[in-house]
Design a protein around this ligand. Structure first.
Ligand SMILES: Cc1cc2nc3c(=O)[nH]c(=O)nc-3n(C[C@H](O)[C@H](O)[C@H](O)COP(=O)(O)O)c2cc1C
Length: 468
C-alpha cells in the first residue's frame, strides 16, 4: 500500500537585505513602502498560502569598516508591518522573526498576543538567537551574552512568554476577552517567573488570544538549535533545500521529537526555497542563469570572497583567477551584522576547495561565486516546478517551503497563477482555507485543545502561576 499523499505547506518570504533580490530589475519595487508588503501578502493569500514570513536584521551590515550597500540597506520594524498586513488580509498567517537575545519576554509576549488578537489568530514568532556584540551595541552592552548562552536564554525566554500567554488561561477567567471587560477572576494575568535570565512578576495585560499562543518557529542550525526546536517549536525555517540534505535534516530533527513526547507531525520542516519559472524548462534554465548573473555582480563576487577570506580583496579582478593568498582566520571578522549561520566554519579548507574547483572549470572569481552560491531551488516550467516541489515533500525532505522570490514585490505572482493551480489539481495543496487561524492552516492543535498538543513550553525553569 502506498502512503497517503502529504499536503504541502507554502509560505511567502518577503525578500530581505541580501542578493537574492534583483533590485536592478525594472520590475523591482520598494522594500520599505507598505504597498510592496500589501501586494506580496495579497498574492500569497490569493494563492491560499499558509503564511507570510519576515526575517529580521537588527543592525545595518558592514564589511571592511563601511556600510554594505550592494544590496538594499535597512528594513522597517516587524510588528508594525505585520499589524498593518493583518488589516489587509483575512486568512494569511503572519510570521515575524524576533530575537530572544536583545528583547524582553513581557514586551515580546504583549506584541505577539496583540498581533494574534488583531489578526484573529494568525500570528507566529520565529525565535532567533543572534547574539553578536556588533548587533548588541544597538541595545545594551555589546557582547552582553556569550554565544554558548544564547539558547539557554532563548529557552527561558520562550518558557516565560508561554507563562505570560497562559496567565489568562482557564475557565475561571471569565473576562470578555474580545472587549477586555468583565474581569471576574482576580488572578487574571498574574505571573511570577524566577529563573537564571529573567526574574519578573506582575500582571500580563493582554487577554488570551485566539490561538492561545502564537505558532513558534525556530531557525538555528546547531545541535542546540535543533534540540530547542524539537522541544519547543511548531516549525523550523531551515536552509536545506536539496533533496539529500533535506532528507538528512528532516530525519535528524523529527528523530529528536520522541524524547520530548512529541509526534513527527507536531514539528513542520520548511526550508527556504527560490524558483525561476519559464514557458519551457529550457527557457527557465536560461532565465535562471541570467538571474544568477544579476544576483552576483563583479562587486558582489569580490565581497562574497572577502567574506570567506576575511581580508580586503578589492584589488582583485572579479573576472580573473582566485587569490593565491590564504584566508585570515581570526575572531575579528571583516563582515559584521550578518546572521551567524552564513559564517564559514573552516575558511582555509573552503579556499582550497574553491581554488581547485575554479581551476578544474576555468572559473573566474565571479563564475565561482555564481556556481557555488545559492542556486535556485526550482527551475522549470510550471509543470516541472509543481512536480519537483511535490516530489521533494513526498520524499520527506520537507513539509513544504518558504518561498523567496527574486523580485519584490511581484515575484510571487506567476507562481500563484501557474504552479499553485497544478498543485491543487494534484490534490496536494488546499483549494481554499479550511480554517481561520494559522494553527488551522498548519494542522497544529490549539494549546487548550488537550494535553497532547506537543507545543511544549521548553525545558523546565523555575516558575509558578501566581496565586491571588
Ligand atoms: C534559514 C535561516 C534563516 C535565519 N534567519 C535569521 C534572521 O532573519 N535573523 C536573525 O537574526 N537570524 C536568523 N537566522 C539565525 C539563527 O536563528 C540563529 O540565530 C543562528 O543561526 C545561531 O544559531 P545556531 O548556532 O543554532 O545556528 C537564520 C538561520 C537560518 C538557518
Amino acid at each position: 500500500m502506498s502512503k497517503p499523499l502529504k499536503q504541502i505547506h507554502l509560505a511567502a518570504h518577503f525578500p530581505g537585505v541580501n542578493n537574492t533580490t534583483v533590485w536592478s530589475d525594472p520590475a523591482a519595487g520598494s522594500h520599505i513602502e507598505f504597498s510592496s508588503f500589501a501586494h506580496f501578502a495579497r498574492t500569497a493569500e490569493r494563492a491560499k498560502f499558509d503564511f507570510l514570513f519576515l526575517a529580521e536584521g537588527l543592525r545595518l551590515r558592514e564589511q571592511g569598516g563601511t556600510l554594505y550597500d550592494l544590496d538594499v540597506v535597512g528594513r522597517p520594524d516587524t510588528f508594525t508591518v505585520l499589524a498593518a498586513l493583518a488589516a489587509v488580509t483575512d486568512r494569511l498567517g503572519l510570521t515575524g522573526t524576533i530575537n530572544s537575545t536583545f528583547n524582553e519576554p513581557y514586551e515580546v509576549a504583549r506584541q505577539f498576543a496583540s498581533l494574534d488578537h488583531l489578526s484573529a489568530g494568525r500570528s507566529a514568532w520565529n525565535v532567533v538567537t543572534s547574539w553578536d556584540a556588533f548587533t548588541g551595541e544597538n541595545f545594551r552592552r555589546g557582547g552582553f551574552l556569550p554565544q554558548q548562552e544564547r539558547y539557554s536564554r532563548a529557552e527561558e525566554f520562550l518558557a516565560t512568554a508561554h507563562e505570560l500567554f497562559d496567565s489568562w488561561r482557564g475557565d475561571e477567567i471569565l473576562a470578555d476577552q474580545a472587549t477586555g471587560t468583565f474581569l471576574r477572576d482576580a488572578r487574571a494575568g498574574a505571573f511570577v517567573h524566577r529563573g537564571q535570565h529573567f526574574d519578573i512578576h506582575g500582571r500580563f495585560n493582554v487577554p488570551r488570544s485566539p490561538q492561545g499562543r502564537p505558532v513558534i518557529f525556530q531557525a538555528g542550525d546547531s545541535d542546540e538549535g535543533r534540540e530547542f526546536a524539537a522541544s519547543s517549536a511548531d516549525a523550523i525555517f531551515s536552509r536545506y533545500a536539496t533533496l539529500k540534505e533535506g532528507q538528512a535534516f528532516y530525519a535528524d530533527v523529527k528523530g529528536r521529537l520522541d524524547r520530548y513526547g512529541r509526534r513527527p507531525d507536531q514539528l513542520l520542516i520548511l526550508p527556504a526555497a527560490t524558483f525561476v519559472l519559464g514557458d519551457s524548462d529550457q527557457e527557465a534554465a536560461e532565465l535562471a542563469r541570467e538571474v544568477r548573473r544579476q544576483q552576483v555582480s563583479g562587486a558582489t563576487a569580490i565581497k562574497h570572497l572577502e567574506f570567506v577570506w576575511n581580508r580586503d580583496l578589492s584589488a582583485y579582478d572579479p573576472e580573473g583567477p582566485l587569490p593565491d593568498v590564504d584566508p585570515v582566520v581570526s575572531e575579528d571578522h571583516i563582515s559584521r551584522g550578518r546572521a551567524q549561520v552564513r559564517m564559514y566554519r573552516d575558511p582555509i579548507a573552503i579556499a582550497r576547495e574553491w581554488r581547485q574547483l575554479a581551476e578544474a572549470n576555468q572559473w573566474s572569481i565571479r563564475d565561482l561565486v555564481i556556481n557555488t552560491g545559492n542556486r535556485q531551488t526550482f527551475v522549470g516550467s510550471p509543470a516541472t516546478v509543481a512536480r519537483t516541489l511535490n516530489d521533494f515533500v513526498q520524499a520527506d525532505a520537507s513539509d513544504g517551503f518558504i518561498l523567496v522570490p527574486h523580485i519584490t514585490p511581484g515575484g510571487l505572482d506567476a507562481f500563484a497563477d501557474t504552479v499553485v493551480p497544478l498543485l491543487q489539481e494534484q490534490g496536494v495543496f488546499r483549494g481554499d482555507y479550511a480554517g481561520t487561524t494559522l494553527r488551522d492552516h498548519l494542522g497544529l492543535a490549539h494549546p487548550d485543545a488537550d494535553t497532547d498538543t506537543g507545543t511544549g513550553s521548553g525545558p523546565a525553569v523555575a516558575s509558578e502561576r501566581a496565586a491571588s
